[in-house]
Design a protein around this ligand. Structure first.
Ligand code: C6P
Length: 412
């Protein structure tokens, strides 16, 4: 493990080198979306300057070149997550679309009256609403697993809720709202023992830690390109090949067919069966470049850096008596996300005041309203770190925090 050369890394992210409200921009919202390094921006530019054409359609050289670029991206993702097959890698628009694909193509067809679906109370709406729809339509029950007294998933509750009736367990690898890393391997194995199919929402995990699909062995694993230095508009669904082969298409139309008759059609093989219509090829190209960047720096080094910043920030925040930090107090169970509130101040006011100091944090319910309700709050402020953030930026954030209550007329 080596320390990151942050100065060198920041040269790759020109967007970070700007003033916001006369202050250095401290971008602490990478859990919402990450910034793009120059190699990603240049890869997209190069694709558009030299290789752009519609894929799989042309017999001409430019279309073949574009198709090759798209295929290379799929192979890159296969290697990055150690998927056994390229055909298991389906490109989607984002995590949300990937979960909807599974809910509609697998869930709607396999969940029956009386079956159960289990999710965690910490799930993002994208991993709740599709299952609500399946449960409502197919008369199944949607069950939630709650937290224990240490604000981590209560594993006794998990084991109570996952039963022989459970057909799908859909769990986040890392919570976007609390930053908690879930014991996902244990959850996958336990759910499999009970005969359930497991989907893991890896949107907040894959940018920060090594995910080895063959070791973890989930049935589905989903994530978004824009949270891992890549472009918006591209996401990934990894699916177990045998299951994907049996599933019906989610979207239908061009590019996902074998033969089309007036009244019926046969479908293309994997992965094309699930990639209807013209795909976001330039985003796939950008995603490949993003993975190359991450691999070059090394996921362990990235995680190590983020944890250094997180620990430093939490220690400083704990010194401020009117701040409440949510989630596990155990640093080993956290990713680089800190959700917090300042006593008597709405999270949006905190974020707006921090913005005046150049600090960008997210405020609100973080698309986790059931969690907020469960915690008895309506929102939090959230700072999230990535490989390009510095200790100086954490200090800028802490200084801003110390001023929030003063701005609003409180003593301290
Ligand atoms: N979370 C956040 O600020 P999309 O929008 O489809 O790329 O990702 C949805 C999603 C799904 N699961 C988790 C765990 C997520 O964190 C997100 C996106 C952003 O926390 C936007 S709400």
């Amino acid at each position: 493990m080596k320390s990151l050369n942050i100065e060198r890394i920041r040269e790759d992210f020109p967007i970070l080198n700007q003033q916001i409200n006369n202050n250095h921009l401290a971008y602490l919202d990478s859990a919402a979306t990450t910034q793009k390094p120059l190699n990603v921006i240049k890869a997209i530019e190069k694709y558009n300057i030299s290789n752009n054409a519609n894929i799989h359609r042309g017999a001409y050289t430019l279309s073949i070149k574009a198709t090759e670029e798209y295929d290379k991206s799929r192979k890159k993702i296969k290697g990055f997550i150690n998927s056994p097959y390229s055909e298991s890698i389906i490109f989607t628009k984002n995590t949300t679309e990937a979960i909807n694909l599974v809910a509609f193509s697998y869930g709607m067809e396999n969940i029956k009256d009386g079956d159960e679906i289990v999710v965690l109370i910490t799930e993002h709406h994208s991993n709740i609403l599709p299952w609500q729809m399946v449960a409502r339509k197919n008369k199944a029950k949607l069950k939630f697993v709650y937290l224990d007294e240490n604000s981590i998933i209560n594993m006794k509750d998990f084991k109570d809720k996952v039963t022989d009736k459970t057909k799908i367990v859909a769990v986040g690898h890392v919570s976007n709202a609390l930053g908690t890393i879930n014991p996902i391997k244990y959850m996958v194995d336990y759910a499999h023992q009970k005969g359930a199919v497991v989907l893991i929402d890896g949107a907040q995990a894959i940018p920060h830690m090594k995910v080895d699909i063959q070791e973890l062995d989930p049935d589905f694993y989903v994530f978004s390109g824009h949270k891992m230095l890549g472009p918006m508009g591209i996401g990934v669904l990894y699916g177990r090949r045998e299951i994907l082969e049996k599933m019906s298409p989610f979207l239908s139309g061009g590019d996902m067919i074998e033969y089309v008759e007036e009244q019926s059609s046969t479908y293309a093989e994997l992965p094309y069966k699930f990639e209807a219509g013209t795909q976001n090829v330039e985003a796939a190209v950008g995603l490949k470049a993003a993975v190359e960047y991450i691999e070059d720096i090394g996921l362990e080094n990235i995680k190590n850096h983020e944890m250094k910043l997180t620990k430093y920030a939490i220690d400083k925040m704990k010194e401020i008596h009117y701040i409440t930090i949510y989630g596990s107090q155990d640093i080993d169970k956290r990713g680089g996300v800190i959700s917090f509130n300042i006593q008597d101040v709405h999270s949006h006011d905190v974020a707006t005041i921090l913005d005046s100091y150049g600090v960008a944090v997210r405020a609100g319910h973080h698309c986790a309203q059931p969690l907020m309700k469960y915690l008895g709050i309506n929102s939090t402020c959230r700072a999230s770190f990535y490989l390009y953030n510095t200790i100086e930026e954490v200090n800028q954030f802490i200084e801003g925090l110390k001023n929030v209550r003063k701005w609003l007329g409180y003593g301290s």
